[in-house]
Design a protein around this ligand. Structure first.
Ligand code: SAJ
Length: 477
């Protein structure tokens, strides 16, 4: 902590004006909640007036929420803070210079999912803008999920280059990773504990002053900026690892003729002082915007930021292995499909496969990095004809999405459940069989949605992930 920064912060006084760069799923609720804090005078939401997202500026300034889907309380809060003239959205980034604190909430997708290089382009532009208009005594906070070492590395360099100021002396710099889930944005920001990591103590303290007032149930957890980056990427890496652990177990149970759900219930029953078995759910794969990338941010962080890592030379980390297990699950669905069709003398070539579910997560329209896409591609490569049903996803590039299950199932040789949407739990096997027009239709259950015997008894060839107890059943005629 330098005296210079401390005195600059003292001179500036308490945070009153806050800028939030990036009016998306993270920035909009963050800005609205900051604006609702009595002691903050004004929040400016900074949004590029680009053709794709410039429309948000007018909507937000009318107190309307441009986000899709239901976000409880958000539109009301926006309307309240806009009416009170405590929140305004602008594309004039020069107004950053009037702020006491600036939070950057800009997404960091993959440039190309194949090479797992993050696309920091938009984030870098936001950082450059913040740097251009940075003033002594300001606080800059990165909320985006970033590779460990970014805040105190690339972000610090850009801010210092653009401003001619020195981080930790002339301005405060911190990382406070977002932990929001679509559908509960406000609740998550207010109730999750907030990790706050500065490049030095003064920066951490200044960031605490920004975030503490918006917390209701959540507590502040202070650490360094790099520790905060590791925490965020590792909390998703650990979830991916837990899912991979139960997916691996499901594959073992299939090989040993055992029902993984019996085993899961057995393991889960072990409770007691200091005993934890966070066993999750096996499935057709892991999709979404978080778990599919955050492991690679952590891995890159240890490569870029780490030194003298003591680990077997060239061996995959357990985390990368977990990603490989989870990414294998759509292929496992494909292998189950091939083996089920083979039991009735059919091959995938020329077969009709009806996929139920495209979204990466149940009862949602979110189709980012869906495991269903990998499965569909394998089917097409094998010469199958694929039709896809999803009750929520409106559109997806190069995929025709049907709303009517009957239309998708009609004439199908095989039905594959990829997403556990609620309406799949009460499918009627007799109706499904009639629609397929097959003596022995195939059903592949990727999300433990169907009751196997109800289908097997009607002559279906059933395969389910983890269902070693059912996958070699006799075929009823
Ligand atoms: N999945 C499984 N088995 C499970 C849980 C999930 O196969 O037991 C699959 C899902 O089908 C999906 C993928 O994993 O394809 C991801 O599911 P998710 O429930 O983890 O949802 P995400 O990707 O939206 O994760 C977010 C993360 N939140 C943030 O990054 C702020 C994650 O940290 C949360 O733990 C997760 O939401 C949550 O718990 O809802």
């Amino acid at each position: 902590m330098t005296d210079k920064l401390q005195s600059l912060l003292m001179k500036r006084g308490p945070i009153r004006k806050i800028g939030v760069i990036g009016m998306g799923y993270v920035g909009i609720p963050a800005a609205a909640l900051f604006a609702d804090v009595q002691k903050f005078d004004l929040v400016l939401g900074f949004q590029r007036a680009s053709s794709s997202s410039g429309y948000k500026i007018d909507m937000l300034n009318k107190g309307e929420c441009p986000l899709k889907g239901n976000e409880p309380g958000l539109e009301e809060l926006l309307s309240k803070v806009v009416k009170a003239e405590k929140f305004k959205c602008t594309s004039d980034f020069s107004k950053i210079s009037e702020m006491d604190a600036v939070a950057l909430a800009i997404q960091t997708p993959f440039a190309n999912p194949k090479d797992l290089e993050p696309d920091f382009g938009a984030l870098n532009e936001g950082i450059r803008n913040a740097g251009k208009y940075l003033r002594p005594g300001m606080l800059v906070v990165l909320e985006s999920t970033i590779t460990p070492g970014t805040t105190d590395g690339m972000a610090r360099q850009i801010l210092e280059e653009e401003s001619g100021l020195v981080a930790g002396e002339d301005f405060a710099l911190a990382h406070a990773p977002e932990r929001v889930m679509v559908g509960r944005l406000l609740k998550n920001i207010q109730e999750h504990d907030r990790i706050v990591g500065g490049i030095d103590d003064a920066s951490t303290q200044r960031a605490v002053e920004l975030y503490a007032p918006v917390l209701t149930k959540g507590k502040i957890i202070k650490m360094t900026a790099t520790a905060a980056e590791v925490t965020k990427t590792a909390e998703n890496t650990f979830r991916d690892l837990q899912i991979a652990a139960v997916n691996q177990l499901a594959l073992y149970c299939e090989a040993m003729g055992v029902n993984v759900y019996d085993v899961r219930a057995g393991i889960d029953s072990l409770k007691g002082e200091g005993i934890t078995r966070a066993i999750l759910w096996p499935g057709a794969g892991v999709g979404g915007h978080c778990l599919t990338k955050d492991t690679y941010h952590l891995e890159r962080g240890v490569k870029v930021r780490g030194s003298n890592l003591d680990y077997p030379e060239g061996a995959d980390s357990i985390y990368v292995l977990a990603r490989k297990v989870n990414d294998f699950m759509p292929r496992h669905m494909f292998n189950l499909t091939v083996s089920a069709l083979d039991r009735i003398g059919k091959s995938l070539k020329g077969s009709n496969v009806a996929m139920l579910g495209w979204a990466f997560i149940n009862d949602s329209d979110d189709a980012r990095n869906p495991p269903s896409e990998a499965y569909r591609d394998l089917l097409l490569d094998a010469g199958a004809k694929v039709t896809v049903h999803d009750p929520h996803v409106l559109s997806y590039p190069d995929v025709e999405l049907y709303r009517d299950i009957d239309e998708v199932v009609r004439g199908a040789d095989c039905i594959a459940v990829m997403t556990a949407h609620s309406n799949y739990f009460d499918l009627d096997p007799a109706r499904i069989k009639e629609l397929t027009g097959q003596k022995n239709p195939v059903i592949i259950d990727g999300r433990n949605v169907v009751a196997p015997d109800r289908y097997i008894d009607l002559g279906f060839v059933y395969k389910g992930i983890g269902r070693g107890d059912k996958n070699s059943h006799d075929i009823r005629v």
